[in-house]
Design a protein around this ligand. Structure first.
Ligand code: NDP
Ligand code: PYC
Length: 345
């Protein structure tokens, strides 16, 4: 195993920010996008780390995303806050509206953020983790592209539709889970294809509905929901709540709008923030202390909490730098020198 290059988190963030600025993304948005991409790499979430730079640059180069869009926050004073991403990235839109979302949730107990017309490439954990870090419980979800067959079917209809939850903890990292409602994220299958590795059984079927472990065949066929009919139903809920309910694209329309899955999708997103203190106020109990009784019992039976692996990877990256292979570092250098025109980019 070759020794990886260890890049300090702040250095990688600055370099990725410059790559996006050079591609015409406004500085605030470039910083916001770079933060999320580098956080993915820092936390060893490779399917939404630096591998996503290329996809983002491609959609900008195709003129299908607005790097210069300035997110517009619309506040009617009610529980539902809207931010229009104007065809730009979801991340700066979230950053622009987050303080208002958190304040409204504390005021009323519950508030929702609707992100409209955004380019969405990222993991969701950073959103719920940020809100949980502010003492709020949070849910985040969005459609993606119709790559996933419903349980019992064989044709793509649902998206890989990520779903994330965060819960605040005292003196600990928040409890956070974040997953695709398909067996794996599509990015994970693409990384298997690039590495020439088969995918595990049960992730996908070919175009005729037969099981496959060939990532290429899987990408051309249909991915499968996790947990059979249960995952299929949760994925459907994500389509309805963060697509139909918002008046934004569902995964099938998102795919049609972009003319296929070659470019990252544009659609809406829904983030809910809840203040546990408001919900528990009349009970006289401390919701965070009550939650701890559950969460602190996992380790005793050898179970781990979701995000525990991620937080351990984060600690290692912060202490020693983010490990990148020679090929990954060379690609960053090529993007810095030539942007998307870089040979082999
Ligand atoms: P994983 O299956 O890798 O992980 C899902 C969650 O389960 C994580 O919180 C993970 O924590 C936790 N987990 C994994 N193993 C265990 C275990 N043994 N015990 C307890 N918890 C565990 O995620 P996916 O491949 O489904 O999704 C990866 C990412 O892709 C997500 O961040 C998602 O948001 C993103 N995505 C984005 C899409 C988009 O449209 N923008 C579409 C689809 C996915 P840990 O990280 O610590 O292992
Ligand atoms: O990995 O499934 C995925 C995905 C779709 C859009 C962004 N990530």
């Amino acid at each position: 195993m070759p020794t990886p290059n260890l890049i300090p988190v702040a250095e990688l963030e600055a370099r990725v920010t410059r790559i996006f600025e050079a591609a015409g993304v406004r500085p605030e948005s470039a910083a916001s996008v770079a933060r999320v991409i580098v956080a993915g790499e820092r936390d060893a979430c490779k399917s939404h780390g630096i591998y996503r730079i290329e996809g983002c640059l491609k959609v900008l180069a195709a003129g299908k995303a607005a790097g210069d869009a300035v997110p517009q926050v619309h506040d009617s004073g009610r529980a539902v806050i809207e931010v229009d991403a104007g065809g730009g990235f979801s991340n700066p839109a979230f950053d622009a509206a987050r303080p208002l979302l958190a304040a409204r949730a504390r005021e009323t107990g519950i508030a929702a953020l609707v992100i409209r017309d955004c380019l969405h490439f990222s993991a969701l954990w950073h959103e719920v983790e940020t809100l949980a870090g502010e003492g709020l419980a949070a849910l985040s979800m969005c459609p993606s592209y119709a790559f996933v067959a419903p349980a019992g079917g064989k044709e793509p209809l649902l998206g890989t539709n990520p779903f994330a939850f965060g819960w605040p903890r005292q003196g600990e990292h928040p409890y956070v889970f974040d997953f695709a409602t398909s067996m794996a994220a599509r990015g994970e299958i693409e990384l298997h294809r690039r590495a020439g590795k088969p995918i595990p059984e049960g992730w996908a079927v070919d175009a005729d509905g037969n099981p496959t472990t060939d990532p290429e065949v899987a990408l051309a066929g249909a991915m499968l929901p996790f947990g059979a009919h249960k995952g299929s139903a949760i994925s459907t809920m994500v389509e309805l709540l963060s697509g139909a309910m918002l008046g934004e694209f569902m995964s099938r329309e998102a795919l049609d709008f972009m003319g296929g899955g070659g470019l990252l999708p544009r659609h809406g997103a829904l983030i809910l923030a809840l203040d546990p203190q408001v919900f528990a106020a009349r009970s006289g109990r401390d919701p965070i202390a009550e939650g701890e009784k559950l969460l602190s019992a996992f380790g005793a039976q050898g179970a781990r909490l979701p995000s525990q692996r991620r937080f351990a990877a984060r600690a290692a990256s912060l202490a020693g730098g983010i490990p990148l292979t020679d090929a990954e570092l060379a690609q960053i250098e090529r993007f810095e020198a030539e942007g998307l025109a870089a040979p082999g980019a």
